[in-house]
Write a protein that binds this ligand. Sequence first.
Ligand SMILES: C[S@@+](CC[C@H](N)C(=O)[O-])C[C@H]1O[C@@H](n2cnc3c(N)ncnc32)[C@H](O)[C@@H]1O
Length: 218
Amino acid sequence: MPTPVQRYYGRWATLYDRVADLPGLRSWRAATAALLDPAAGDTVVEMGCGTGANVPYLRERVGPDGRVVGVDVTREMLDRAGEHSERTGPGIDYVQGDATRPPLRTADAILATFVVGMFADPARVVDRWCDLVGPGGRVALLNFQRSDRALAAPFNVAFEGFVRLSAPGGRFTRSSQAAAFERRVDAAREALVGRTEQRQFETFAGGYLGVLAGTVTA
Ligand SMILES: C[S@@+](CC[C@H](N)C(=O)[O-])C[C@H]1O[C@@H](n2cnc3c(N)ncnc32)[C@H](O)[C@@H]1O
């Protein structure tokens, strides 16, 4: 029996695939992979990889001796990933599974883009990811956020609309759903801060995207 998340992303996988690779998004995906900063030869796991739009940038970083593993719970999203030559090939694997209970034993680095705001207990999930990469491993989270820049107020309505679209199955008003999403992203970031050092935080897109990356401490 598919979950609401699987039904939602299963239905919209083809459209999502087109939007996920728009030129503006590409530069932010490349910058996020740079902040994750895996070494050549590393194994990077992308949790909630969707249609694999980050995979080319991760593969470029880990090189021919490295490995990129995309984990997603929605079969149709992984099927779209498999249709792109630059997102498939040697050293790239996709696994259908639940990122909150990672179906892998080891990794050097973990990336999650536009995903942690969907989890019921994001702090616990980030904690598990930190355990998985272990001391010295890297974790990066990219998320939409409300912008506090001047003139941003009208666009924060668009932010609320995005949250509604990306969080299937919720029975909330637009504003309360956005607030719940923000609490979950904050909880994920706080958990990552608590487990890491050498952290970097960067924003893109006028402050509407924020990426937090760090190295897991012993
Ligand atoms: C907004 S999309 C982001 C996809 C991709 N990370 C990107 O940047 O384009 C969210 C993705 O997370 C996946 N997802 C949601 N909950 C998940 C879970 N518990 N485990 C694995 N994947 C999950 C959905 O199937 C969907 O593909």
